[in-house]
Design a protein around this ligand. Sequence first.
Ligand SMILES: Cc1ncc(COP(=O)(O)O)c(C=O)c1O
Length: 348
Amino acid sequence: MVPITAGLPRIILGHWPTPLHELPRLSAALGGPRLFIKRDDLTGLALGGNKCRKLEYVLADAQHKGIDTLITSGSSQSNHALQTAAAARRLGMEAYLVLVKGVHVETQGNLLLQNILSSTVSIVEVADPGEVFSAVPEKMTELADQLRSKGRNPLVIPAGAEMPLGTVGWVNAAEEIARQLQEQKIDAQYVVLAHSGGGTQAGLVLGFKQVNLPLAVIGISVTHRKDQAVNEVITLVNDTAKLLALEAGVTQDEVVVFDDYIGPGYGIPTRECVDAIRLVAQTEGIFLDPVYSGKGMAGLIDLIGKGRFTSQDSILFIHTGGVPALFAYHQELAGQLRGDAGPADTAL
Ligand SMILES: Cc1ncc(COP(=O)(O)O)c(C=O)c1O
């Protein structure tokens, strides 16, 4: 079958397909349902993550247009900014990053890796670090103008590569997942993932629709309240469908987002997030991250506890990456360890 995204140029930056496998010990610890994981923490580019798929399409287009400099934004521990900067190095481009001061600005985690890449980073302060998507576009446009006046050809990529071309990468992922589920004879009913700008969820919703796979995609928001999050997914689905010349659109009821797991704010790990990170590590040897996938898993665990799924259901959790941020959050994570001596803690 010809892939839905076949007509669009793509640069391969990751290793595909990423693994999809069962989590039997986590399922047992939670008393069912069957759980599976899609390992997009193992995409390969800059220690992995969900932005690699988006950048493969955004940067193919950039290369075609002779772009030599990438400008993007995110929070100070942005995984998207890191992957963009690493991809820029790989393609011989420069990266300029306008980052919103978040919880961690020390040279640790993603910022340490930016330092090693020698990216040009400027940190700006805004009242609400969750507002990374609205705070910096103007600053990026100004920077692009300055760079143009010096003879460069820059491209401004919105935070999170939340744009139809980026979303195409996750339409492609939906086809990859459909193939893997079929090959492994997994009859899944749900996909659960962390949601921030919504492109990952939008691409999956559109892609599953195209391949006629009736999977309900559940986003666990780490940033926005439900209405905003749902609207962002709908806009991205519709704009991406247009780009790919597909008929499909979505309605409000087809987009499921929970906003109950954000906690005190974006980038601030909740107690349940830290517990989820530890549970997945201790049952399956897999590390989630403290900003996105940890909260996504905390949401999934809570929904299982509330009886949202039956023990006959099979659920696929998307590990969207972000693991380098664990090191920036060592105090929050180690603090929990010290404050909650359990069997695993006493072993340390
Ligand atoms: C690790 C990780 N998971 C999930 C997300 C959310 O993806 P999206 O912005 O496509 O909703 C991001 C990016 O913001 C991320 O870095």
